[in-house]
Design a protein around this ligand. Structure first.
Ligand SMILES: Cc1ncc(COP(=O)(O)O)c(C=O)c1O
Length: 431
């Protein structure tokens, strides 16, 4: 079966043929297999995968130890819907053991559920309604935080809800600041701190590639939240476990009040966590508190077993060492090629993540990325994908190295990238 004919069936019964608004591709691909660092489409074409399903795949696709743990769980227990399982107890214990901010943890199925519960809890414990987020950060699809992610230039500094149908009150009550701007933060908190329930951020805004936080900015965040009784939430849905079992908070040395994690914590299985201070977490209705928490599939044995197996693979540190080294190799290699070919490119990244921006100059916040040559960025990714190196053809998206990638895979990627960039110079005059 061809990709095109299968995809035609998809579009007849699924809006746009895909089950998420960010999964559309310029040329339809229907995936058949995924193993290690590779994915195979319906026509048998193999792709080296850097998309990693937006980040969950940290060990490699179809990882044998994760699969074995899932299979084992399935022989023992499925969904019980009352009480708990030993798997859930063990996962919460592991999160508390590894994540600096975690005194207690709740297990959900998706990152959006965890950020939704985090903001509800913050509003309940503070009795305030306003949330503060940062331009360029994404925290899931619910109304409370779905604003100002990849905004057009004229919407920066304005309300930019990312969907029709959102509740006007939710839009009104979410305030947006520029990332890494301590002055703007201080100013807002000084005038409106008494209204603010929570400040939420991706400690590295990976939804716009990779923008590293300034130390002074994260210190200011912790300080103003302490001074004003604001709940500080780190959304580590991408960074959690991908950058270390202690999340990026461990590297920063700044401990938030609440943390959300998903994606890489279960290597592709639907598992998310909300963790944080005991006094806050005890407000949830599961502990007899007044903040309702629910979810039929929360703590599902399959996802929980996958998370435990993923943690077990990550615990001795060799996976992170390997993916950080390969990530650095990809970043350096791409930057070297761009510099040699005299192309305006900045290869950003951290750990296993690399992001080639088609621009030069400082990158401290979303507005800086308006310099990115979106057309060149998207073309480069589409062409890499056409040549069997799958990079999501959407500007500024991250590439992720997994433990299944090899030095030879990175070498091949760099060779293909050089060919594509040379062609872009010859055909489009890219500089
Ligand atoms: C930082 C961040 N938070 C939350 C979410 C929402 O997670 P999910 O898609 O699992 O609902 C995402 C998804 O991309 C994310 O990147």
């Amino acid at each position: 079966m061809s990709n095109a004919s299968l995809f035609q069936r998809a579009t007849a019964v699924t809006p746009g043929g895909v089950n998420s608004g960010t999964r559309g591709l310029p040329e339809p691909i229907v995936w058949k297999d995924a193993e290690g660092a590779y994915m195979v489409d319906a026509e048998g074409k193999r792709y080296l995968d850097y998309h990693a399903a937006f980040g969950p795949i940290v060990l490699g696709h179809n990882h044998p130890a994760v699969n074995a743990a899932v299979a084992q769980a399935m022989t023992q227990v499925d969904l019980t819907g009352a009480g708990t399982t030993e798997l859930e107890i063990r996962l919460a214990e592991k999160v508390v053991e590894h994540l600096p901010s975690a005194e207690m943890a709740l297990i959900f199925g998706a990152g959006s559920e965890a950020t939704y519960m985090a903001q509800r809890l913050a509003r309940a414990v503070t009795g305030r309604v306003k949330l503060v987020k940062f331009q360029g950060c994404f925290h899931g699809w619910h109304d409370y935080l779905l604003m100002n992610v990849i905004s057009p230039p004229e919407k920066i500094g304005q309300k930019d809800p990312a969907s029709a149908g959102m509740l006007p009150e939710a839009i009104d009550n979410t305030l947006v600041l520029p990332f890494n701007d301590s002055d703007a933060l201080e100013q807002l908190v000084t005038t409106r701190g008494h209204e603010i329930a929570a400040i939420i951020l991706e400690p590295i805004p990976h939804n716009i590639g990779c923008v590293l936080p300034k130390d002074e900015f994260v210190q200011a965040l912790r300080r103003v939240c302490d001074e004003r009784g604001i709940v500080l939430i780190f959304d580590e849905v991408i960074t959690g476990f991908r950058h270390g079992l202690g999340g990026y908070q461990e590297t920063l040395g700044v401990t938030p009040d609440l943390t959300t994690m998903a994606k890489a914590i279960a290597n592709g299985y639907p598992c998310a966590v909300l963790a944080g201070r005991r006094d806050l977490m005890m407000r949830f209705s599961s502990a007899g508190g007044d903040v309702m928490v629910a979810g039929t599939y929360n703590g599902h044995p399959v996802a929980t077993a996958a998370a435990l197996a993923t943690i077990a693979e990550l615990e001795d540190g060799t996976v992170h060492k390997r993916i950080f080294r390969l990530g650095e190799k990809a970043r350096r290699g791409l930057q070297e090629i761009a510099d040699r070919l005299d192309i305006s490119m900045t290869v950003a990244g951290y750990g296993s993540v690399f992001v080639p921006y088609f621009m030069t100059g400082a990158i401290n916040r979303y507005a800086d990325l308006l310099q990115n040559n979106t057309e060149a960025d998207t073309f480069f990714r589409s062409e890499m994908t056409r040549r069997g190196v799958f990079m999501l053809p959407m500007a500024m998206k991250r590439n992720h190295v997994s433990a299944a990638h090899t030095d030879a895979d990175i070498d091949r990627t760099l060779n293909v990238a050089e060919d594509v960039l040379r062609e872009m110079i010859a055909r489009q005059g890219l500089r």
